[in-house]
Ligand binder design. Structure first.
Ligand SMILES: C[S@@+](CC[C@H](N)C(=O)[O-])C[C@H]1O[C@@H](n2cnc3c(N)ncnc32)[C@H](O)[C@@H]1O
Length: 466
């Protein structure tokens, strides 16, 4: 059945919302202000899902998307919206999510635009698929689906990354490597993951394979290194599991350990990028902020908003990755303790600290809540734990911080928290609890557009003890 609707606003996942007979109707790839003829594809008692059948009158903020796959590929949701309006929508969404804090007088700062609107992603994760003529192809998932859209070029990634993908797919076909099929649970290559250093233009690539080795992998490697001068390292990650997690069970693993699913095929163990003058070595499995130039803006913000004037105190960086947000802060703090779960990330954080010639940075590997609790229990300094550690950076995965971590923060009450998040919904939940139970108040909310053309938002909240 078809209906005419006017799109009122965007929902949390960037999907346009209208109403049909009072029922919320979700229309992917629509823009607020669009007058549309939509095809209803699914209806329940409480909502409707519909697809655009015809644009009757486009919204005045609708633009032509740059990418030929937009609307089919699930990677972008906002490419058909003017960039300034994307920022405005994100700002409005945050005002809604954090309305209780806004009501209490906290101002949400203007979102910091991304220095680059396209070509900003330093990591490309592609799914392998069967292409025409039984060949291997690579692409991205369609929106909310495991069907793959094969793509030739993605404008969110740089030209060198796109060139490397083309050259890789053609080399893999030359050597008759077959894609893995999620449905049939058969085949070889599941994903291709490429990382790029913006500062030094280096790239590394990981083949995620259903098998422990690729047939002719050394010949494939030779062909790829001779065609791509910026390629510095090639790896194979063995993932035979029934999962769509790319690097399944990768937390404790070390590179080239006999039992490790990650093996280097050829080249360097890592590539190096730089954030505000500090070099960071990055390996296939360690987290690195996706938008390097915007990460620099965030790091500057954190530097300006942590620590206490006239007093050198210490900092704990929880969920620290390879040290991106805290290694540049060693001059400001007496000691920095970094806590991170992934073993390779910890190894690189240590390496990065040595390269940065800092002596007051230490790293512990393990679960955030467990290790911060053991740091408290084994604390031996003069004065109390919170006299020394007066600041904490939290930058958890999308799910936010767990209950143990929240309980710790509510009980111990470290005076200053900088909470960095790529999911404002879980961040709001966590921050509300810290305010209600831990004696904190929000003093700053500062969003950063880390992911242009998509609905994702990066947000930093500063909390202090009341
Ligand atoms: C969003 S990333 C942030 C990394 C780092 N702050 C940065 O900016 O690059 C989250 C990090 O938390 C780590 N992590 C996930 N769960 C954890 C846990 N339970 N304990 C400690 N670290 C964890 C991940 O491995 C990842 O490096």
């Amino acid at each position: 059945m078809k209906k005419t609707v006017k799109i009122e606003k965007l929902g949390g996942e960037g999907v346009g919302i209208a109403h049909i007979d009072g029922k919320a109707t979700f229309v992917p790839y629509s823009v607020p202000g669009d007058e549309l003829l939509v095809q209803i594809v699914h209806e329940t008692n409480s909502y409707i899902k519909a697809e655009i059948a015809e644009i009757i009158k486009p919204s005045r903020v609708r633009i032509e998307p740059v990418c030929e796959y937009f609307g089919n590929c699930g990677g972008c949701s906002h490419q058909n919206i003017k960039y300034e309006t994307q920022l405005q929508f994100k700002q409005e969404l945050l005002s809604e999510i954090f309305r209780d804090f806004v009501k209490d007088g906290v101002k949400i700062e203007d979102i910091t635009p991304s220095p680059e609107q396209f070509g900003y992603r330093n990591k490309m994760q592609m799914q392998c698929t069967a292409s025409r003529g039984g060949k291997i192809g690579a692409g991205f998932y369609k929106i909310k689906s495991h069907d793959i859209v094969e793509i030739n070029n993605c404008p969110l990634h740089s030209d060198p990354i796109n060139k490397l993908v083309k050259s890789t797919v053609s080399t893999l076909n030359q050597f008759k490597i077959l894609p893995y099929s999620e449905k049939m649970k058969k085949g070889t290559l599941r994903h291709i993951v490429i990382r790029e250093s913006k500062r030094y233009s280096e790239m590394m690539m990981t083949f995620v394979s259903n098998h422990a080795t690729l047939l002719n992998q050394n010949k494939i490697s030779k062909a790829l290194f001779s065609k791509n001068k910026n390629l510095k390292g090639l790896f194979l990650f063995h993932n035979p599991h029934d999962t769509n997690v790319i690097f399944e069970d990768s937390e404790g693993i070390k590179l080239n350990d006999n039992r490790s699913p990650l093996k280097k095929i050829f080249g360097s163990d890592y590539i190096t990028d730089s954030i505000n003058g500090v070099n960071f070595s990055i390996s296939p499995l360690s987290f690195f902020q996706i938008n390097t130039l915007q990460a620099m803006n965030m790091a500057k913000f954190i530097e300006e908003n942590t620590g206490f004037e006239n007093k050198k105190t210490s900092l704990i960086d929880v969920y620290s990755g390879i040290g991106t947000l805290s290694l540049g802060l060693c001059h400001k703090f007496e000691n920095i303790l970094a806590i991170e779960l992934v073993s390779q990330a910890c190894a690189l954080a240590r390496h990065n600290a040595i390269m940065a010639k800092v002596k007051n940075y230490s790293i512990r590997r393990g679960d955030a809540a467990e290790l911060i609790t053991s740091a408290l229990n084994s604390f031996k300094g003069s004065g109390s734990f919170t006299d020394k550690y007066r600041s904490v950076i939290l930058d958890p995965p999308r799910a936010g911080i767990d209950d143990d971590m929240k309980d710790f923060l509510c009980e111990v009450r470290i005076p200053e928290i900088i909470y960095v998040s790529c999911n404002p919904h879980t961040q709001q939940r966590d921050v509300s609890r810290l305010c209600a139970k831990g004696g904190y108040k929000v003093v700053k909310i500062a969003p950063f557009d880390m992911f242009p053309q998509t609905f994702h938002i990066e947000n930093i909240i500063k909390l202090v003890q009341k």
